[in-house]
Design a protein around this ligand. Structure first.
Ligand code: ZN
Length: 276
């Protein structure tokens, strides 16, 4: 599992503007961060879609500049850098499977995919690039539980975390990455509009929700597959993905998922290039 714990003893310090300030473990200056991952942004110049803001139903395409924000101190920023490398490798593996003929077998830590989602979610909401309930979240409003999970102090609650969305992906235009906030309906209740997770769709092929606090059976009436251990990429097979949970050895578990792959993939830094 990729470590996200800042090294050494807790500093006891707070850096103003760091969204993890509540943990009292800050150090260094506040720095501009590519909170969706520099590793991914290097791989494509555009092609991000962000959707699910509470007032707009229309997905919004955003440029990479909008995905940079000063939201973490240096120490907390660096603690998450391992997730960056991980998601870059994951993207490359998925892309290799789409291009074919076969990407081989790879094992990733499921918790890494969960925490990468949480990092993107907090970056999106705290930076104000996507608003939750119509207003920019402030660092002091980030639930401490989220921070403790992200920085490796606590496990995600029971039955929450990674859930694969089994539904067929609508054949929209090819997108390298789509992020959508998951929030409670605006029904006037206490939790109305509150964000509880993030949906990630990568290369129009791989889609999962990371629910931080809500045990879900379905999402928009589509079935969810909780923390799968084996996913066959493509049918016929173009790659085998193993997901390890709780560290230690990978255990294949019962059953497996077979997911369809996009037939179109954007080439690096360029749009409209089709491959079959
Ligand atoms: Zn900090």
């Amino acid at each position: 599992m990729t470590s996200t714990k800042p090294p050494g003893a807790r500093t006891g310090r707070v850096v103003d503007g760091c969204y993890a300030a509540q943990l009292r473990d800050c150090d260094g200056r506040i720095s501009a961060e590519h909170y969706v991952s520099e590793a991914l942004l290097r791989r494509f110049k555009r092609g991000f879609t962000v959707e699910g803001s509470s007032w707009a139903a229309v997905p919004k395409r955003v440029g990479t500049a909008a995905l940079t924000a000063k939201v973490l101190c240096q120490r907390h920023n660096e603690a998450l850098s391992g997730l960056d490398a991980m998601i870059g490798g994951f993207y490359d593996f998925l892309r290799a499977a789409i291009i074919g003929p076969h990407a081989g077998s790879r094992i990733f830590d499921g918790e890494d995919l969960e925490r990468w989602s949480m990092k993107a979610l907090l970056g999106l909401t705290v930076s104000g690039n996507i608003a939750s309930g119509g207003k920019k979240a402030r660092a002091s409003e980030v639930p401490e539980l989220y921070l403790r999970i992200l920085f490796g102090d606590e496990e995600i609650p029971e039955r929450c975390g990674f859930m694969y969305i089994v539904a067929k992906i609508p054949s929209l235009e090819a997108n390298q990455l789509t992020l959508a906030l998951n929030h409670h309906p605006l029904d006037g209740s206490e939790r109305s509009g509150r964000v509880f997770g993030l949906t990630v769709r990568m290369l129009n092929s791989f889609q999962y929700v990371t629910s931080i606090t809500e045990p879900l059976e379905t999402l928009n009436n589509e079935p969810l597959y909780y923390r799968p251990t084996r996913i066959q990429l493509g049918d016929p097979e173009r790659g085998r993905l193993g997901l390890r949970w709780g560290g230690g050895d990978w255990r294949p578990g019962k059953g497996g998922l077979v997911i369809g792959l996009a037939t179109t993939v954007l080439s690096h830094g360029e749009e409209g290039h089709h491959q079959r």
